[in-house]
Design a protein around this ligand. Structure first.
Ligand code: JDE
Length: 235
């Protein structure tokens, strides 16, 4: 997978891209990330990318020119799905991550200031939000999307981790995990996990995952039921 990121802060991505899963995926050529400074497409000598909003009001808005020119140039290199990160986008979740992981190429557009000139959206395939809050810029959201998508790209993760992934895909929270020591400060690991009875362990884990999901995220269970039932008649 190829990911182009357009931002006024390409340096923001340096450490995350060199570290952990994203670092490994880059080294192995499974996820290639190319960073682009939006100011490279500015046309004035100050390399400005923002201006005051028409109609007045506080703050600055990103001007359309550099975005159109950047996307002209990047899209001329070949087809890509263009994604804008913004608070008014469709909510990013595991399902969206799976869909994006199947794309050969993404262009992630990171806005700053109070927003981007509305006309830029005519060049975007999809607007995504990582949650109901406002960030200083789309860079943080782009990193969230990139990491969640990259780990689903075939070959990026070992088989050990893919099981965990299937459980979230199934719409359940994970069961509790324990490691040594068996007793720590008087806190004991559940006996069933040390029983050696693999069937009992599997049942306990499934029950815990269900209990936990019912208690902490009942919305996930409702969603899983709807997905399993298929579309229902309204009412
Ligand atoms: C992405 N969830 C939240 C913020 C913005 C006032 C101030 C700033 C492209 O336009 C944007 C993008 C962003 C950064 O992304 C997020 C975000 N998922 O905040 C603004 C809007 N109003 C505009």
């Amino acid at each position: 997978m190829l990911v182009d990121i357009v931002t006024i802060f390409p340096g923001f991505f340096a450490s995350p891209l060199a570290t952990g899963l994203l670092g490994k995926a880059g080294e192995r050529g499974l996820v290639e990330v190319r960073l682009h400074d939006l100011r490279d497409w500015a046309t004035d000598r100050h390399r400005s990318v923002d201006d005051a909003p028409f109609g007045g009001g506080a703050g600055m808005v990103m001007v359309p020119g550099p975005w159109f020119d950047a996307l002209d140039e990047l899209e001329a290199q070949g087809p890509a799905r263009v994604v804008l990160l913004a608070p008014d986008g469709r909510r990013f979740d595991h399902k969206v991550a799976q869909r994006l992981a199947a794309e050969p190429r993404l262009i992630l557009c990171c806005g700053r200031y109070e927003g981007i000139d509305e006309r830029v959206r005519t060049r975007v395939d999809e607007v995504l939000s990582i949650g109901d809050f406002v960030l200083a810029g789309g860079e943080t959201a782009a990193l969230v999307v990139l990491e969640a998508v990259a780990r689903l790209v075939p070959g990026v993760m070992g088989n050990a981790d893919s099981a965990t992934d299937e459980s979230f895909a199934a719409g359940l929270l994970e069961y509790p995990q324990y490691t040594r020591p068996a007793v720590y400060r008087g806190l004991e690991v559940p006996a069933v996990l040390r029983s050696g009875d693999h069937g009992a362990v599997a049942r306990w884990r499934r029950d815990q995952a269900l209990d936990r999901t019912r208690r902490l995220r009942p919305d996930l269970l409702e969603q899983a039921e709807e997905d399993a039932d298929g579309p229902q008649a309204p009412g």
